[in-house]
Design a protein. Structure first.
Length: 171
């Protein structure tokens, strides 16, 4: 498509130079559903971290599709029941050791790629701070989809890039 055709198709004023190709236009002019989807996905990820850190596992599970998959370094968990066991299992594993007075997940550089109005993928870095300081860090690689108008995790792959020698979680 020529620059002139692109400008005409997307209503870009002639003097505006952002319409070099279709890809630039898509990045320059976002449709409302794209803005809503991106913000909803950011909210989903934030709720995952907040609910997990607070031990609100029932609320955390509401963020997953019924057939969701969560992939960890040592296992793949399919369905909400198996995913729920990850969180309750972590809580059980730290019993008998010093329980951290707090755990805080921080996400950064969240890249969201919308496939369509109901499907998206994403990746972001995370760092976990606990009472020992920086505990562990890594990446989430996600697939999201809408169910009844709400964005949910369809698949989450957790990659731990490193951990402190005194990590509470020993991943």
């Amino acid at each position: 498509m020529s620059t002139a055709e692109c400008r005409e198709r997307h209503g870009v004023p002639t003097e505006y130079d952002a319409c070099v190709n279709e890809r630039v236009v898509r990045r320059t002019f976002m449709e409302l559903w794209e803005v809503v989807a991106r913000e909803s996905i950011r909210d989903l990820v934030t709720r995952y971290n907040s609910n997990g850190d607070a031990g609100r596992f029932e609320q955390l599970m509401e963020l997953f599709a019924p057939d969701a998959v969560m992939e960890l370094t040592d296992a793949i968990h399919s369905g909400k029941d198996e995913i729920f066991s990850i969180f309750t299992g972590t809580k059980d594993r730290i019993r008998g050791r010093e329980v951290p007075s707090y755990v805080r997940h921080f996400g950064a550089t969240h890249q969201i790629d919308l496939v369509d109005q109901s499907n998206a993928s994403g990746r972001l870095y995370f760092a976990v701070i606990s009472s020992i300081g920086l505990d562990h860090w890594g990446r989430y690689i996600d697939t999201y989809r809408t169910i009844d108008g709400e964005w949910k995790f369809a698949h989450r792959r957790v990659i731990v890039d490193g951990q402190a020698p005194t990590s509470i979680f020993q991943l």
